[in-house]
Design a protein around this ligand. Structure first.
Ligand code: MN
Length: 450
């Protein structure tokens, strides 16, 4: 029997479910699609969003239902699931490990590229639609999930995702068009909209509200508490081209600036200027829930709550923004160490390891550091290891800097592991090796830039 049909039968033939989903935006969308399918069928169900499926969490989940539906993960944990659960199904888009005779719908096993053309929410949606074509309205959540997993990175959704988008348009739940692709079109006043832009980082604008205000006034746009979506067509165009010129002057490469404009996806049934109108904003809201270990909040919002749970989600997102602001304040008060070829921010336990990298990058925007050197920032992780986040500017990359390679090499001698991209990379090292690591890294950067 094919995988899709076996998942459909699993859902229709059983009762008393526990939906287990990953806790990022895609996973929470997948979890809410699954929960809504069961709710519409009148089946008894609960849900459990979690970071990973290790044995500790598996023990916690056991007993939460008779039948388990794992979404946006599970394919990589088949042996653990088989050992612990009598009855389960999986809908996932990650690479799969091991075979199972349980219902298992995986993107890669049905000829789809799970990295680019379908998300966990998308795979779960395929099952939802096969259960009942009336579930086609849930395709909007599949699009939010795909955007959350950055499957629109090329500027538009591709492959199977486009079919799901088409479903959403036909069901009347989504519209799309070309526009600027920064977080907050609908959910931030203009100045904050620009100053929270971290992808890419605009030196002098990111984390710099005064800089953003001057920039807007300089191109004849008075913010007046307006949002991006309040701007006229002309003002939008003026803002975008001014940003492109600004980016070029700061050596941000053309391929990055090109990605500033692309497809944006809006949920037609949601109100304007909310956090759930634009797919990117929606996904950001959900990610804030997961990051703060409040996956339940995310699932409730994705399932449609616009009251108490929605208010909670907004608070979580505000907390996240506050933590970023406080991190930047911490860095500007404490100051950074200036080495020959790099800056060093040692945050110790003062900044969470999950956001230290974003903050390090924002320091260029906030002009806490100059653009002449890369920065490495240290923060302790839960396990007591030292997390290293490295960030640079595009000007430095143009001169030959590659942080991923530099970190990888610097880790070799100190028993750490790391790597990444030219402009952003990460590593973990034993804490006592901090000084040695800095010395080696500094020398490598010197070589790369010479
Ligand atoms: Mn996913």
């Amino acid at each position: 029997m094919d995988a899709l049909q076996s998942v459909v039968d699993f859902i229709k033939d059983n009762d008393d479910f526990c939906v287990v989903c990953h806790f990022d935006a895609d996973g929470l969308c997948a979890g809410s699609i699954a929960s809504l399918v069961l709710e519409r069928l009148g089946k008894k169900h609960s849900f459990f969003p979690t970071k990973q499926l290790d044995s500790e969490r598996v023990q916690k989940i056991r007993g939460m239902g008779k039948h388990y539906w794992f979404v946006d993960f599970g394919s990589g944990q088949v042996p653990v699931l088989e050992e612990n659960f009598d009855s389960f199904a999986i809908c996932d888009h990650h690479e799969t490990l091991g075979e199972t005779d349980r219902p298992h719908l995986n993107a890669h096993l049905i000829g789809l590229d799970g990295a680019k053309e379908i998300s966990g929410a998308g795979v779960t949606y395929l099952a939802a639609k096969a259960v009942d074509p009336a579930n086609a309205d849930l395709s909007a959540l599949a699009v939010v999930g795909a955007v959350g997993d950055m499957q629109d990175a090329s500027g538009a959704l591709e492959g199977k995702n486009r079919e799901l988008l088409q479903d959403a348009v036909e069901a009347g739940v989504m519209e799309y068009g070309q526009d600027i692709r920064l977080f907050g079109r609908h959910s931030r006043p203009l100045v904050q909209f620009l100053s929270y832009a971290t992808d890419p980082i605009f030196p002098g604008l990111t984390a710099n509200e005064a800089g953003c205000l001057a920039f807007l006034k300089g191109i004849g746009i008075e913010p007046d508490n307006r949002y991006y979506v309040d701007l006229s067509e002309d003002d939008r165009k003026r803002l975008i081209s001014a940003l492109v010129v600004y980016g070029r002057r700061n050596n941000i490469p053309p391929f990055i600036l090109k990605q500033l404009v692309g497809e944006v996806y809006e949920l037609t049934r949601e109100e304007n200027k909310t956090f759930v109108k634009d797919a990117k904003d929606f996904a950001t809201l959900l990610n804030a829930c997961g990051r703060h270990d409040a996956g339940e909040v995310g699932v409730r919002v994705a399932m449609g709550d616009r009251g108490e749970w929605y208010a909670k989600a907004r608070t979580l997102l505000q907390n996240h923004r506050r933590l970023l602001r406080e991190g930047i304040e911490f860095a500007s008060q404490k100051g950074v160490e200036v080495h020959t070829n790099c800056y060093v921010l040692d945050a110790g336990h003062s900044i969470q390891d999950s956001i230290i990298g974003v903050i390090a990058g924002m320091l260029y925007g906030a002009q806490v550091i100059q653009q002449d050197k890369p920065i490495i920032a240290f923060s302790f992780d839960e396990a007591g290891r030292l997390k290293v986040s490295a960030r640079a500017t595009w000007s430095l990359v143009r001169r030959g800097l590659h942080l991923g390679r530099a970190l990888k090499r610097a880790c070799e001698g100190v028993g750490g592991e790391g790597g990444g991209h030219s402009i952003a990379a990460g590593a973990r090292i034993p804490p006592e090796k901090r000084d040695e690591f800095i010395r080696v890294f500094d020398a490598i950067v010197g070589e790369q830039l010479s």
